[in-house]
Design a protein around this ligand. Structure first.
Ligand SMILES: C[S@@+](CC[C@H](N)C(=O)[O-])C[C@H]1O[C@@H](n2cnc3c(N)ncnc32)[C@H](O)[C@@H]1O
Length: 367
């Protein structure tokens, strides 16, 4: 991939390295990092290296009567943001609308004045939620100007945000369709709640988790389930699933998603991983009817807190999806004791960046 913002934008830090080399470099780094554990061969799973991001956030830069998208500067160039001409990592629907949208905004002083940030969320059908974030007082009167944008960009809904206030024109969610092993799953994804940024890689991650949970017996517990991204397809491999997540809106979406996909064996609960972990599997009546041998976790960058790690350590089989190899390594120091690491995958969710997403499957060794 080439991009006219390469070398200026602080997002694609590996812009000088061909994609194949990036994969090689990151794989070697992971093998080295996890060298102290008995790891199986690293499975390297990647997708397209351009137009892969289904959500993206840009600052807005105003100069004279022109407005531009802006990204943070490269570390070497100091603090602050720089205007960018294009962004090739965002998916095609976002890429195609970026330029005409900013030109339309430029023409309208009410929309343009103190516009600070524009966020995009897209689905596989090319529908968009576009969030305009302001540093000024905004009220309902902006509706007429947003209507003009909606007339022009028929595939987009708009949200206007200002500290503490939010106006939605006309909805704040998309219905995403993911193709997992030739089957289509539908998901409601809500603006400003977590959704996987790389659609293509997300599909491959779910397929990997399905493959690696196929032979597991018993029920499944899931912590950090978000909108049910993994839960819904994986529920087909288990008798019953209990899935938890801290964000109430995500849990509402997950419940809706189970329904539209016809999955009836899942219970979703809005609670933190630590709160749920405190229920302790043997003692809580809530968990009494579950045969709890398997757990799936997909925590934020901080990894597992102490209580959740202790809880996860009670299970025979652990599927750990991690967006931070440092905290994965820390957690494995506990979880790999008395367990065999059966699978180790690197999902290249974030080409051109240093970020690495991993998947690890652990199985208790008898005796
Ligand atoms: C990396 S995302 C994964 C979500 C989901 N598995 C997916 O694939 O879309 C991590 C999720 O953990 C949730 N979360 C963050 N802190 C949490 C906590 N302390 N307890 C439970 N969930 C938490 C976030 O809201 C987010 O949905």
């Amino acid at each position: 991939m080439t991009c006219s913002s390469f070398g200026k934008c602080g997002s694609c830090v590996l812009w000088q390295m061909p994609y194949e080399k990036q994969l090689e470099m990151k794989s070697e780094r992971l093998k080295e990092m996890f060298g102290e554990f008995e790891m199986p061969e690293l499975e390297v799973i990647h997708g397209s290296d351009e137009h892969f991001r289904a959500r993206a956030e840009f600052r807005v830069w105003h100069e004279g009567d022109k407005s531009y998208y802006a990204m943070r500067k490269r570390k070497e160039d100091g603090r602050g943001v720089i205007p960018i001409e294009e962004c090739k990592i965002v998916d095609k629907a976002i890429y195609d609308i970026m330029d005409p949208l900013i030109k339309e905004i430029e023409k309208n002083e009410n929309l343009r004045f103190k516009l600070y940030e524009i966020d995009f969320l897209s689905n596989s059908k090319g529908e968009l939620i576009i969030t305009l974030i302001y540093h000024k007082k905004v009220d309902e009167s902006i509706a007429d100007d947003i209507k003009k944008l909606k007339d022009k960009f028929k595939n987009a809904d708009f949200i206007v945000r200002k500290k503490g206030r939010k106006y939605v024109f006309d909805k704040n969610y998309l219905i995403e369709e993911l193709k997992i092993n030739d089957k289509i799953y539908k998901y409601k994804i809500i603006e400003n709640t977590f959704s996987q940024p790389n659609r293509g890689m997300n599909q491959k991650m779910i397929e990997w988790a399905l493959r690696n949970s196929k032979e597991l017996k018993g029920d499944l517990v899931e912590l950090y389930c978000g909108n049910g991204n993994f839960t819904i397809p994986l529920s087909e491999n288990f008798r019953k699933v209990i899935a938890t997540e801290i964000n109430k809106e995500s849990i509402e979406a997950a419940t809706f998603n189970a329904d539209i996909n016809g999955r009836e064996n899942i219970t979703f609960l809005a609670m933190s991983a630590a709160e749920f972990s405190a229920l302790k599997k043997e003692k809580s009546p809530l968990l009494a009817s579950y045969d709890l041998k398997n757990v799936l976790i997909d925590p934020p960058r901080a990894g597992l807190d102490d209580k959740s790690r202790e809880f996860v350590n009670l299970f025979d089989n652990i599927i750990y999806i991690s967006c931070n190899p440092e905290t994965l390594k820390r957690d494995l120091k506990t979880l790999a004791k008395g367990r065999k690491i059966k699978a180790f995958a690197f999902f290249d969710q974030f080409p051109y960046t240093e970020h690495m997403e991993c998947g690890v499957v652990l199985e208790r060794v008898n005796g």
